[in-house]
Ligand binder design. Structure first.
Ligand code: AMP
Length: 216
């Protein structure tokens, strides 16, 4: 199954992606995670991406499209994949469409997670992440057992460099201007399904399963 997960930053795409990909045994491809991995390892790509990410801007399309195409060409994507955070604008969607058409492949589902703006700001600015295992927390709604320490691996939690308030507001603006038009883009192909992301995590996942579950 080939899935695209759409939605603003802070909608819970990463959390839901984790569950879907575990259930459906498909790779979770998050462009944000790929960039963060490269930043952590100080690669050339990481150095380039960081300049954009810290400001809440999109990494240039040519760079991003190439990374995704390389990743989708790997063997583990043969039985499907889930794209989280890509495409992020219409130009990336067109590039993906061309790539998939060349491979004779089609997207099965586009899931659009909707969350109101105030909740997004609250979720993102209170988010803390474990730099070691990737677990995510929230200072108010999902605090770790010991403040500032990951429950799973004991590592010190950090705030993502783009979760400060200026970057968060910029990311939401970029979402409105560049990513939201994808809803219209995928509506044309009748692939898109809206999910209410304001609900608790488990309920959101139940709703997703109800939409895609039979395809397993
Ligand atoms: P995310 O983890 O999906 O919120 O992504 C974090 C940041 O990585 C974004 O704010 C962008 O700066 C960058 N990024 C992630 N995915 C893309 C993409 N498809 N195109 C351009 N930039 C991206």
């Amino acid at each position: 199954m080939r899935i695209i997960l759409l939605g603003p930053p802070g909608a819970g795409k990463g959390t839901q992606a984790e569950r879907i990909t575990n259930d459906f045994k498909i790779p979770h491809i998050s462009t944000g995670d790929i960039f963060r991995y490269n930043i952590k390892n100080n690669t050339e790509l990481g150095k380039l991406a960081k300049q954009y990410i810290d400001k809440g801007l999109l990494v240039p399309d040519a760079v991003t499209n190439k990374i995704v195409e390389d990743r989708l060409s790997k063997d583990d994507c043969k039985n499907g994949f889930l794209l989280d955070g890509y495409p992020r604008n219409v130009s990336q969607a067109e590039s993906l469409e061309k790539f998939l058409a060349n491979e004779n492949l089609k997207i099965d589902h586009v899931l659009n997670i909707i969350v109101d703006r105030d909740s997004l700001v609250e979720r993102l600015s209170g988010r803390r992440v474990c730099p070691s295992c990737g677990a995510t927390y929230h200072v108010v709604t999902k605090p770790p057992k010991i403040e500032g320490i990951c429950d799973k691996c004991g590592e010190k939690l950090i705030q993502r460099t783009d979760d400060n308030i200026e970057s968060v507001l910029k990311r939401l603006e970029v979402y409105e201007d560049e990513t939201k038009p994808l809803i219209e883009y995928y509506s044309k192909t009748n692939l898109i399904r809206n999910i209410d992301g304001n609900k608790p995590v488990n309920e959101v996942y139940n709703d997703i399963q109800a939409l895609i579950g039979d395809d397993k």
